[in-house]
Design a protein around this ligand. Structure first.
Ligand SMILES: [Fe+2]
Length: 167
């Protein structure tokens, strides 16, 4: 598998992308960008319902709306985060021209997202559930923004940068 080939490469700070990786990484970045667009609608519903539920935890309709939005969002979230971690962030971490701080910030956010999901799954009441879900909505929004506006452009710039041939 090409994806395994990329993700299993030994770590190091590389100067240029082998030509064979360019189309695959471009396709993965495009796929992740489209998924971010599909996350927008359920993410907005989640943010709205969870924030209001936080102020009104006894409201059953808000709880139901928040859980429904989270279910819609989480259906594809795990494979999405896995692909980002195993391929995009691993590849970015090995590049000189993708900022290390950016890759580390995104890895920390992914860890925090998983922690908030555990907090939601183990929530003892609706207030705890609302806190976890509103935290998830906020963090996912930031995570997507950082990827779309910082990581993906950095990766695309890196992919299109060709090494200078020696004379
Ligand atoms: Fe993403």
């Amino acid at each position: 598998m090409e994806i395994q080939m990329i993700s299993s490469r030994p770590k190091g700070r590389m100067e240029s992308a082998p030509d064979s990786e360019v189309p695959l990484l471009n396709a993965i970045v495009s796929c992740l960008t489209r998924e971010h667009q599909r996350f927008e609608e359920p993410l907005m519903r989640l943010a709205n319902a969870a924030t209001r539920l936080h102020s009104d935890p006894s409201n059953s309709k808000l709880y139901k709306d928040a859980v429904a939005a989270w279910s819609a969002l989480s259906a594809n979230l795990w494979t999405h985060l896995q692909l980002e971690s195993d391929v995009v962030l691993s590849w970015g971490a090995a590049r000189n021209d993708v900022p290390t701080e950016l890759v580390e910030a995104l890895r920390s956010e992914a860890t925090r997202i998983r922690e908030l999901v555990k907090a939601f799954d183990s929530a003892g009441d609706r207030l705890e559930a609302a806190k976890a879900l509103s935290g998830l909505a906020h963090l996912l929004d930031e995570h997507i923004e950082r990827q779309d506006h910082q990581l993906f452009p950095a990766i695309q710039r890196s992919l299109f940068k060709h090494p200078v041939r020696p004379n």
